[in-house]
Design a binder for this molecule. Structure first.
Ligand SMILES: [Zn+2]
Length: 236
């Protein structure tokens, strides 16, 4: 019986050898409850955001290869979603009409919690929306996605005066302009995504706590308009 537990654990934790050893030690001491809880908690958290990221990657591959899935059951799906939603990822992205996350990730209704604001900045409104999804729906993955030829980033890059409201918004992007090592709007856009991710962690107690405990992972990303490919910056 114990051998079968060890076998199952070895299969699950084959890439996490140190945790497997802890698990095996716990079994030999016949006091494995707390260890199992701790290991499964860690495993569950990583699998959850990893699985969500893999799902986005796969959806984007289908999109840019023009092999998107038919969604014949949308009528049934609408009916099931009346009672509640369980999105698997939060996407903070730009308002640009060429950037449509549900298309880009080949996702159906109810799958993505999309927050859109010009230049995909982390301001009080977008942060509050993201907090809502993290706290209310337990979403484990946040993607901050900028894109090629972003008009908002270009305006910040050019130092345009677009009136009080837009100037306020562009102020969130301007730090990235200063950080770029060469004059390239797309390079600024990629930096701006990383900055938005950092602001999100800094300004949101809920998000910071979830990131610190490993419950939530934030991944900056960049959408290439021409190819349809999303570059994920998982290093951050
Ligand atoms: Zn844009």
């Amino acid at each position: 019986m114990i051998d079968s537990y060890i076998g199952a654990a070895a299969k699950i934790f084959s890439t996490r050898f140190s945790e497997f050893l802890v698990f095996k030690l716990a079994i030999s001491q016949h006091d494995f409850g707390p260890y199992i809880d701790a290991i499964m908690d860690t495993y569950h958290k990583e699998v959850t955001w990893n699985a969500a990221l893999r799902r986005l990657r796969n959806g984007n591959t289908r999109y840019h290869r023009n092999t998107t899935e038919d969604k014949p059951n949308e009528e049934n799906r609408r009916a099931t979603l009346v009672a509640g939603q369980h999105p698997f990822a939060i996407i903070l992205t730009c308002t640009d009409s060429r950037v449509v996350p549900e298309f880009i990730f080949d996702a159906g209704i109810g799958e993505l919690f999309v927050v859109r604001v010009a230049g995909n900045v982390a301001n009080s409104s977008s942060i509050a929306s993201i907090e809502f999804a993290v706290v209310q729906f337990g979403v484990r993955l946040i993607v901050v996605m900028g894109h090629e030829s972003c008009g908002a980033v270009e305006a910040a890059f050019n130092g345009s005066d677009l009136g009080d409201n837009l100037n306020d918004l562009l102020a969130y992007i301007k730090p990235a302009v200063g950080q770029a090592t060469h004059a390239d709007v797309d390079a600024v856009s990629r930096i701006n995504c990383r900055n938005s991710a950092q602001v999100l962690v800094r300004e949101s107690d809920y998000v910071r706590e979830a990131v610190d405990t490993g419950d939530v992972r934030i991944v900056p990303a960049f959408y290439n308009l021409g190819s349809g490919v999303v570059d994920f910056d998982d290093r951050v």
